[in-house]
Design a protein around this ligand. Sequence first.
Ligand code: AOS
Ligand code: ZN
Length: 389
Amino acid sequence: MTDVRQAVKAALKAQTVETPSWAYGDSGTRFKVFAQPGVPRTPREKLDDAAKVQEFTGVAPTVALHIPWDRVEDYAALAAYARERGLRLGTVNSNTFQDDDYRLGSVCHPDAKVRRKAVDHLLACVDVMDATGSRDLKLWFADGTNYPGQDDVRARQDRLADALREVYDRLGGAQRMLLEYKFFEPAFYATDVPDWGTAYAHCLKLGPRARVVVDTGHHAPGTNIEFIVATLLREGRLGGFDFNSRFYADDDLMAGAADPFQLFRIMYEVVRGGGLEPAAGVAFMLDQCHNVEAKIPAVIRSVMNVQEATAKALLVDRGALAAAQRDGDVLGANAVLMDAYATDVRPLLAEVREECGLDPDPLAAYARSGWARRIVEERVGGTPAGWGA
Ligand code: AOS
Ligand code: ZN
């Protein structure tokens, strides 16, 4: 038991969760963006906030960028700024959805000029990666159609394939392309990368450094996401996660908030499939927006929720599970999983944090730090960062 506990603790110390720069800025729904005091005005201030998440959790050393929301003159200088704060710049997210030219799509648009513009943006994102030292380019396309007959869905797949090929061929040897799928929104009839199968088919054609991203908010209700995770891991094509929580659509709320059991089931398949091993190359990222709650504590809470789900997944007695499965003991097998899920892992995680020289309670430590008050006092004037490009 002691050995198991040590192994679980070692795995928890090794897991990292990337936080998204946009989680620190103002955000909202299509109805209203509620401005919060103390919100960062610049990419550097977003990194200052991310550094607090890292300081109190110890497992969030990288920050995902979004271009153009995080556009700066000198990306190498931004990377140096991050390093000075104990951070690294992580995944680069492209944006081909906030320009009037993209009304009918970006890389799938019927007009070659618009497609060219979109691909040029993606290539520029790879230039950013070269300067920041980022490994992953994450592509999510808002492309799709609203009405039957609006465009030729097959031709759109061809255009998508051509664009992905050009960008993939531009990647450096250690860089990867992560293709994210989403079943609807903003297109409502047909989305051009609606599901893992479409993303996987494109990645297979492109080559081994193209992988699929599973955003937990991008499925129809009732979808068995852990099955998708198991399948992609088995095929060596799981690039990573955009974790968040959903009740209805792409709600982008705190990971593990609505359905911690689902997050546990996903993390169990990750553990089962070797996805926690660094060699598996699975990026654990958050893709969230905190519209009505305080942002930094919400990110800290989300990181902790991922850790708790991971800890429970690691505690599954795999030997007992395999035996029950072999014996056809349906209830016994289910009980093994449920026992792990029912375990209170908070004391274990507190121990892990103390062994890493951290406060056992990251949220309380953050609250005591005075950072929330300081940013409200100091970040006066300027334009709060947000979704505007
Ligand atoms: C959009 O729905 C996606 O989840 C993307 O991951 C998107 O790129 C991200 O929200 C940043 O724009
Ligand atoms: Zn996402």
